[in-house]
Ligand binder design. Sequence first.
Ligand code: PGA
Length: 258
Amino acid sequence: MTSVGFSGQEVDAAPVVTVVGSYDVLSRRAADVVADVIARHPRGAITVPTGSTPLGMYQELLRRIEAGRLDVSGIHIFCLDDYLGRAPDDEASLTGWLREAFLVPAGIPEAHVHYIPTTAPDPDVAARQYEEEIRAAGGLELAVVGLGPNGHVAFNEPGSRPDSRTRVVKLTEESREQNAAYYEGGVQIPEHAITMGLGTILEARRLLMIVSGASKADIVRRALAGPVTPEVPGSLLRLAGERLEVLLDAEAASALHR
Ligand code: PGA
């Protein structure tokens, strides 16, 4: 893979891209990375995504926790993104989704979950405080992210800068439609969200991007083999060089060598 950085700058090393045969294998490999980081840093801070892609990873992590093979009691979870104005315990929030899919069944202590400040009186100030919280926790040991159909990473939509920080953003119609599909019964998706910034994510000591399915094949090609550009926020993660591992199933990887 070519190793080209932002603005034509060379980055030191290329990401590690692994293509696996199936979604199940992808989920197990992703769980391996999370478990490895937790084993090395049992009190470390990690951020993990919502959406359909990570569900298998969460199920696998829950299996390991239930079997006593993984201890998550010391880790700190920082949420990646959520809708502005929607409380974390609202089922129609992303954090509500994450609580149900993983945080609650995993028994992550409530005091170790760092919520996106979606209901703060001054969200801009609260977003800066969220960055402070990440620093106070020692920085992110691991950032697990997905890749949106429009190339977004967390809610860093096309046009986001590689040095962006946690902030209020306006969602694209495409992302709002994508997210509406996560909930039954026609939930309204707010126009704004708060997202961890690309700069924040890029500072994690290890990054894992997981992408599954044929519908993502074209955006995977643009993110991994096209120019490194804010137009495809996923491409900016390549600035992390070999700190970034990308796990793809065969369908998501299918346009890479066309
Ligand atoms: P998905 O979302 O896992 O539901 O495809 C990925 C994303 O938008 O980051």
